[in-house]
Structures are given as structure tokens and as C-alpha cells.
Design a protein around this ligand. Structure first.
Ligand SMILES: *[C@@H]1O[C@H](CO)[C@@H](O)[C@H](O)[C@H]1NC(C)=O
Ligand SMILES: *[C@@H]1O[C@H](CO)[C@@H](O)[C@H](O)[C@H]1NC(C)=O
Ligand SMILES: *[C@@H]1O[C@H](CO)[C@@H](O)[C@H](O)[C@H]1NC(C)=O
Ligand SMILES: *[C@@H]1O[C@H](CO)[C@@H](O)[C@H](O)[C@H]1NC(C)=O
Length: 322
């Protein structure tokens, strides 16, 4: 949300999150919700119509819907700004080799976008295979990901990436050690692999070491590292899973947002709109998380109208941290 101040008109959506940019402003809020209502022309700052900003760990990217241009700013040492260089920039720089984009996602140290044609391109750190180009090399400009159907959306996680195809199916690639790819294995994949058992997916998110989807039936399914309850286990046995696991007790989900170690599902029915969040509580975000990973925390928040929302992606997800 801090990034909203960068731009003087109306913002339409937020994805990902960044502790450095979000926490300073929002303190302990777990998710960043832009709440709608009647516009107050006099006092509310306004944001560009139909723009999307995605917060990565140390960088952010913005999509200008009118032109399809993507610009990134922040840490650039891994090429994650996509401007052909590997340097940090305090001002937005244009991503190279990217045609008109319809979606963008900033992850740990990489970024991805979907072009209007349905092609997915990624750039930045590649060491874990998170660029999906078949190798582990870094790229400082947008590079197409092969072996995908036409894409609807993309989510760049800590060191992995998942793509939502227009058909509603999902493919993931990158770091898989904690099962975060969802293909039943705990291995990296340098190319996209299909994730089975999800139903027709409508919303997709990737966190530090986990991934979640909401499907057409309003179910939420998650996979990856779950020891902090970020996969939504609700019975005291937090666990990781290399396969998608249904999140019990959630119905009517329309969207999911993943933070670094937590997840929020947006639940809508005729009478109510709620965020149902689970996983690690950082700084009282969900609830104080003390040393032991003793139990998952669930919190349900009632919301007014939501125009955009996201969950923070706080720390560097590089392997060396783990
Ligand atoms: C804000 O602008 C809209 C559209 O121009 C107008 O209908 C509305 O009355 C304005 N509201 C205020 C509080 O001025
Ligand atoms: C892609 O997903 C993000 C995060 O859920 C969402 O804000 C955005 O609207 C989606 N874009 C498209 C084109 O569906
Ligand atoms: C908790 O839920 C998980 C996933 O549904 C299941 O595998 C596990 O057996 C459950 N544990 C208990 C104690 O019910
Ligand atoms: C809508 O959701 C609220 C909150 O979970 C619940 O109390 C209510 O019964 C639901 N209404 C319908 C019609 O499902």
C-alpha cells in the first residue's frame, strides 16, 4: 500500500507484498486491503484507473493497464527489475523484451508477467529454476517460459512460480524442496509441471514456500511448506504437503493471497465478505507467534467492499536464509 503513493490516480489491484514497503506503513496488518465505497472526491487520494502494483521481497512492479507497460523499482542486483541491467533503481524502469502485459507479479528475487497473447515471461534470479526457462541462470530482461498453455495469470513466489492457464489449470516451476510446486515431489523443476487435483482454478497465489488456489467451486487448496499452518490445517497438525490439500472450513472463496508464511482467502456470499487468514503470525498480524510452531492461527475478518488486496512477502526467500 505504501506504493500507492507513487501514483496519483486510482489503483485497481495489488498483489504480493513487501515487508519493507508495507510494514512500515501498515504496522502489523496482515493484509493490505483497499476498501471501496463512495469516492470522496475532496480528501481521498486517487490512483490510476486500472493499474496493478505487485510487491516482491525487495522490489515492486507496476502494470499500466492502458498501455500494458510494466515498470519495476527497488533491488535489482539479480536482474529482477528487467531493464537489462542488474542494478537497484529508486524510480520505476521499463521491463525490456515484454510486449503488452495483462498481469504482473513480483516475487522473492524474480518477477513474471503475462502478455496479452497469453505468453508468460520471467526475469531476475534463476538459480532455483524460478524463471522456468530450463536452466538456472539469471536474466535481466523478460524471457518466455516454454511448455505452457495460454496463460491467464502468474504468481511469483519466494523462489518458485505458478501460472494459471486460461483453461483453469495450473503449472509451477522453480524451487521444490518443500513441496511448493505441488507435483507430489520435493525436487526443483526447471520447466513448468502440471498440478493435478485442483479443479478449475480462478485465483492463484504463491508465498515464500507454499502455494494456494481458489477454484470455481469456492474451495481453497494449498501445498508446500506448512509447518506454520499456512496450508490451512485446522486440527492442530500443521504439516507440509507436496500435493494440494483442501483447506477445511472454507466455502465460497473467490480469491487467495499468499504472504511469506501465511495465506488469506477472500470469502464472499450474498450477505457477507470476509478474509479468512491462516499461517504464521508476524508481529501480531494474525496473532502473536511465539518460538514454537505449536499451532496454526486462524482469523476471520469482516470486510466492507474490497477493491484490491494483498498479503505481505516479508523476508528474503533465498536458500541461504534457510
Ligand atoms: C464525486 O464525483 C462524482 C462524479 O463526478 C459526483 O457524482 C459526486 O457527487 C462527487 N462527490 C463529491 C463528494 O463531491
Ligand atoms: C492476477 O492475479 C492477481 C492476484 O490475485 C489479481 O490481482 C489480478 O487481477 C489478476 N490478473 C488477471 C488478469 O486476472
Ligand atoms: C489433520 O488434518 C490432516 C489433513 O486433512 C490429516 O491428514 C490429519 O490426519 C489430521 N489430524 C488429526 C489429528 O485429525
Ligand atoms: C455468509 O457467510 C456468513 C459468514 O461466514 C455466514 O454467517 C452466513 O450464514 C453466510 N450466508 C449464507 C447465505 O451462506
Amino acid at each position: 500500500m505504501a506504493a500507492m503513493g507513487l501514483s496519483p490516480r486510482r489503483l485497481s489491484s495489488l498483489t504480493g507484498g513487501s515487508l519493507s514497503s508495507l510494514q512500515g506503513v501498515l504496522g502489523s496488518l496482515v493484509l493490505c486491503v483497499l476498501v471501496g465505497g463512495q469516492p470522496d472526491n475532496s480528501s481521498t487520494p486517487s490512483f490510476p484507473d486500472a493499474n496493478t502494483i505487485s510487491f516482491g521481497a525487495e522490489h515492486s512492479c507496476a502494470l499500466e493497464h492502458a498501455t500494458g507497460a510494466v515498470r519495476c523499482w527497488g533491488s535489482g542486483d539479480q536482474g529482477q527489475l528487467g531493464d537489462g541491467r542488474s542494478t537497484t533503481s529508486l524510480v520505476p524502469v521499463r521491463v525490456e523484451n515484454l510486449k503488452v502485459a495483462v498481469a504482473v507479479s513480483a516475487g522473492g528475487l524474480h518477477s513474471c508477467a503475462v502478455e496479452a497473447s497469453g505468453v508468460v515471461k520471467c526475469w531476475g534470479r534463476g538459480e532455483d529454476g524460478q524463471l522456468g526457462h530450463g536452466g538456472r541462470s539469471q536474466r535481466s530482461e523478460a524471457r518466455p517460459v516454454p511448455y505452457l498453455g495460454l496463460a491467464a495469470n502468474v504468481s511469483a513466489g519466494g523462489s518458485h512460480t505458478c501460472v494459471l492457464e486460461r483453461s483453469g489449470s495450473v503449472k509451477c516451476f522453480g524451487w521444490g524442496e518443500f513441496g511448493q510446486l505441488g507435483d507430489g515431489k520435493t525436487l526443483d523443476s526447471l520447466y513448468p509441471v502440471p498440478i493435478l487435483g485442483l479443479g478449475e482454478v480462478v485465483s492463484l497465489c504463491t508465498g515464500g514456500l507454499h502455494s494456494c488456489v481458489a477454484n470455481r467451486l469456492g474451495e481453497v487448496k494449498c501445498w508446500g511448506w506448512g509447518d506454520l499452518g499456512q496450508l490451512g490445517s485446522n486440527n492442530g497438525t500443521e504439516m507440509s504437503s507436496p500435493m494440494p490439500m483442501p483447506v477445511d472450513g472454507i466455502e465460497g472463496a473467490v480469491s487467495v493471497a499468499c504472504g511469506y508464511q501465511h495465506t488469506c482467502a477472500l470469502i464472499r456470499n450474498e450477505t457477507s465478505l470476509e478474509a479468512n487468514c491462516f499461517g504464521r503470525a508476524l508481529d501480531n498480524q494474525l496473532q502473536r507467534h511465539d518460538e514454537v510452531w505449536e499451532k496454526s492461527v486462524r482469523r476471520v475478518m469482516r470486510l466492507d467492499e474490497v477493491l484490491a488486496w494483498s498479503a505481505p512477502m516479508p523476508t528474503s526467500p533465498m536458500r541461504s536464509v534457510w
